[in-house]
Design a binder for this molecule. Structure first.
Ligand code: GCU
Length: 419
């Protein structure tokens, strides 16, 4: 028997001895993986499961049962007991803990162009300087805000590990991956920082970047990994954004694609000033349930990217069922703020169905906190956005990527939540 349970209520039961049928599990009209894609990917990566039928039986940890067995059924119990417990479990076992080393922070506005993009936008370039123990590290934030708006505007802050400031400055205004012009037209600000400037995306035994500045001499097993460092960087960007009068600081969304989508979720969990979290195709270690072991697994993540998570996470390699959390609990930490999860049809590595089940099982937290959301148990069809209350989801056709079409859906959601 396979039970996926939440708040003590069995939400999905599959009969004893019956194989899970992905079509019926997801509803006839809903998305399900294309069998040709499943076959192709299975051949490319033998040893990785891409097939819904081979997902093992699993139980999700109870989101609403606290350590002492108390059933969490009030806003107060969630905020004072269960949310702190869950965030601690993620710090200790998954992303790691921020060190307590004291540091100073400075913002230096390097340039302001009030006539950017043909006069429609203001572009600011800001250095964020972190100083500790006689050393310093600088990383960079770019911000565009529309000119025709008097008050502060809602802003999407993108965590970007890939492009460096040495790239052509023009990509910042043109690329589908960061479509500034379209956002400005719709009244949104766009900010981006290069998270690899804060912590390089390679295993260097945590010598470089912010780890080199703030880490203790001996790193405990729950010391922060690279993704937690990037999430911390998003919060330092937020420290700047709350000071900028062109920004509506109560309407800042933190956005990330893939590894940065894992990061945006953790940033939103740790820093409740982010009023919206957008996690694009974040997969394993992000929105996708670890226990399903479809596509990328905990072991594979920890082997290929040993710097992303804390050392304790490695204890769960091939032992997903012993994890005290699963990713529905991470998504629950975003409530009652706004949460957007999206996936791509060909990106089975990132387990779209597992990401949707995760969201579905996080929804009761949004409801407990009074922002009523109700998404169907079965996945929506391809390219059909689902919005309910403060949660949204889509699965786009095509490959693993962050495209203008995704951004347009994010902005449609933000229009609903904020305008
Ligand atoms: C790899 C990795 C994923 C990650 C992705 C990305 O595919 O296995 O976990 O999300 O890179 O960041 O593009």
């Amino acid at each position: 028997m396979k039970i996926i349970s939440n708040s003590g209520i069995a939400v999905a039961l599959f009969l004893i001895g019956t194989k899970i049928n992905s079509a019926s599990a997801q509803g006839d009209n809903g998305w399900h993986a294309n069998t040709i894609t499943v076959e192709k990917l299975s051949k490319e990566r033998p040893g990785i499961n891409y097939s819904e039928e081979k997902v093992p039986a699993y139980n999700l940890p109870e989101i609403f049962t606290s350590h002492n067995g108390v059933k969490v059924n009030s806003v107060d119990l969630w905020n004072k007991t269960r949310r702190p417990e869950i965030i601690e479990l993620f710090r200790k076992n998954v992303y790691g803990r921020i060190p307590e080393t004291p540091y100073q922070k400075k913002f230096k506005i390097v340039s302001i162009d009030k006539h950017a993009m043909g006069g429609t936008a203001t572009q600011k370039e800001v250095d964020i300087i972190i100083e500790a123990m006689g050393k310093s590290l600088t990383f960079h934030l770019t911000l565009f805000t529309p000119n025709d708006v008097k008050n502060g505007v809602p802003v999407f802050l993108l965590i970007d590990p890939w492009r460096s400031d040495t790239d052509s400055p023009h990509w910042k205004q043109k690329d589908e991956y960061w479509p500034v012009k379209e956002a400005i037209k719709r009244g949104y600000g766009m900010a981006v920082f290069n998270s690899s400037d804060l912590d390089p995306d390679n295993f260097d035994n945590f010598k470089n970047g912010i780890h080199g500045l703030l880490d203790q001499k001996i790193r405990p097993d729950d010391a922060w990994g690279t993704l937690a460092a990037w999430a911390w960087g998003a919060s330092r960007c937020m420290d700047y954004l709350v000071t900028d009068k062109d920004v509506a600081s109560d309407k800042v969304a933190v956005v990330g694609h893939s590894r940065a989508g894992k990061t945006s979720l953790w940033a939103g969990a740790e820093d409740t000033r982010f009023a919206m979290v957008v996690s694009n195709e974040s997969g394993a270690g992000g929105a996708a349930l670890a226990r399903r072991r479809l596509g990328e697994t905990v072991e594979r993540l920890n082997t290929i990217f040993p710097h992303w998570f804390c050392s304790n996470y490695k204890k769960y390699n091939n032992k997903e069922d012993s994890l005290p959390v699963d990713m529905h609990m991470l998504l629950g930490l975003i409530a009652p703020r706004a949460l957007y999860i999206d996936c791509a049809d060909e990106d089975l590595w990132g387990d779209p169905h597992g990401s949707y089940i995760s969201l579905y099982n996080a929804v009761p937290v949004f409801n407990l906190l009074g922002v009523n959301s109700d998404i169907p148990e079965s996945m929506p069809p391809l390219n059909k956005q689902v919005i309910s209350g403060r949660v949204a989801f889509h699965i786009r056709d095509g490959a693993h990527n962050l495209l203008l079409r995704d951004w347009n859906w994010f902005m449609d959601f933000a229009d609903k939540v904020w305008k």
